[in-house]
Design a binder for this molecule. Structure first.
Ligand SMILES: Nc1ncnc2c1ncn2[C@@H]1O[C@H](COP(=O)(O)OP(=O)(O)OP(=O)(O)O)[C@@H](O)[C@H]1O
Ligand SMILES: [Mg+2]
Length: 371
């Protein structure tokens, strides 16, 4: 799939801007703070309904403005689509919180952010993603979640239901020192968490099984066959067939500890991904270079998996990553990108686009100009 046109209005540092990227490689270059990442963030927002770098939607509204608009025209195998997001500032939308972020798909207002999942697929790759392996588990959980939302749009709702139940159980547990917990109420939340959590864990296991082989092949390629990568799901609660029962059991067993610590200590909200090279845990023992290469393998596998499952290449967003990689890894990355539309940012034109023809856009003075 490809973006035909992107329109920003009052988004971050931009006034009104229209960008028409080409089908292949598009290089957005400009000085630091010129607004390059802001453009990729706007695209990501249209794909997943949220920013890749903040949980506060309001931050994306230009300073002093009452709202922001991002509109995108997309060409897919199933025809043309449009996605539009309108953000309203807090004061302006205080009447109804639902109006703070309005999503329109093909000009129709979407009731829920979940409807957006799968309309446009993107793979975002930024310097923070290179830290995927050494970062804390929540970063790797987010990696699984982002991918699953795109690969299986129903996952978004499953995760949201689990998180809602988790918030309720945590609230109940926090109050336990004031008010003894009604065992029946706690049991009801345990059941709820077990049911919704099992759906999340099953999807995550399937996803990790799917991506593991691809990542292993990719890593072989990146290291010239020297290293064997093994990435696998590390659920917080072990399960075979009956994930629901396993979670329910774990919750019942951790009741005292949960009350003592004031939160739910067991469940998929504490899952992780295990990453090994041969028998060695890369998270603990890997060199910086090994960790970054493993991260690159996982991200490139994500691209391949989406292509395979969705039947169409996602839009690739590369934010400032080429400068962070050596020549052979840069080449591998660009080779993976050959048949997809790619928006790539860099501070300069030199060396960034290793020998491929690219459409150039200069980002400066609040404008994105084709050159
Ligand atoms: N809500 C906002 N309103 C107005 N300007 C904003 C807002 N949020 C961020 N900015 C501005 O946007 C600019 C940063 O843009 P961006 O992160 O896209 O830069 P960049 O070109 O990616 O820079 P770098 O090369 O350093 O990564 C900063 O000047 C910042 O002040
Ligand atoms: Mg940037």
């Amino acid at each position: 799939m490809r973006i035909k046109k992107l329109v920003l209005n009052g988004f971050r540092s931009y006034g009104h801007v229209e960008i028409t990227p080409s089908a292949g490689l598009n290089l957005l270059y400009g000085a630091n703070a010129a607004g390059k990442t802001n453009v990729l963030e706007a695209v990501f927002l249209c794909a997943l309904g949220r920013s890749h770098r903040t949980v506060r939607d309001q931050e994306m509204i230009g300073h002093g403005l009452s709202g922001a608009y991002v509109g995108l025209e997309l060409e897919t195998l199933n025809g043309s689509r449009t996605i539009e997001i309108k953000l309203r500032s807090g004061d302006d939308a205080s009447r109804n919180p639902r109006d703070k972020k309005q999503i329109f798909i093909d000009r129709q207002r979407a009731e829920k952010a979940g409807e957006l999942m799968g309309v446009m697929n993107v793979v975002m790759f930024s310097p923070e993603d290179l830290a995927l392996v050494k970062a804390s588990p929540d970063v790797r959980r987010r990696f699984m979640d982002m991918e699953l939302c795109q690969l299986r749009p129903a996952y978004y709702k499953k995760a949201a239901m689990y998180n809602a139940a988790l918030r309720q159980r945590n609230a109940l547990i926090k109050e336990a020192f004031l008010d003894p917990i009604d065992p029946e109420v706690l049991d009801m939340w345990n059941q709820q968490l077990a049911r919704t959590g099992a759906a999340v864990m099953r999807d995550r296991r399937q996803f990790m099984d799917d991506i593991s082989t691809i990542a292993s092949d990719m890593h072989m390629k990146l290291t010239g066959g020297r290293e064997r990568l093994f990435a696998y799901y590390e659920p917080n609660v072990d399960f075979d067939d009956d994930a629901e029962y396993a979670i329910y059991d774990a919750l019942a067993a951790s009741r005292e500890e949960d009350i003592r610590r004031g939160f739910t200590t067991r469940g998929p909200h504490r899952d992780d991904i295990g990453i090994k090279l041969g028998d060695t845990d890369v998270k603990v023992y890997g060199s910086q270079g090994q960790q970054r290469t493993a991260a690159l393998s996982l991200k490139l596998s994500e691209l391949a998996l989406i292509r395979e499952v969705v039947g169409e290449s996602p839009v690739l967003l590369l934010d400032d990553v080429l400068s962070e990689l050596d020549d052979s890894r840069q080449r591998a990355l660009m080779e993976s990108a050959v048949d997809c539309q790619c928006l790539l940012t860099a501070t300069g034109v030199e060396s960034a686009v290793t020998g491929r023809s690219a459409s150039l856009f200069e980002v400066a003075g609040g404008e994105v100009r084709p050159v």
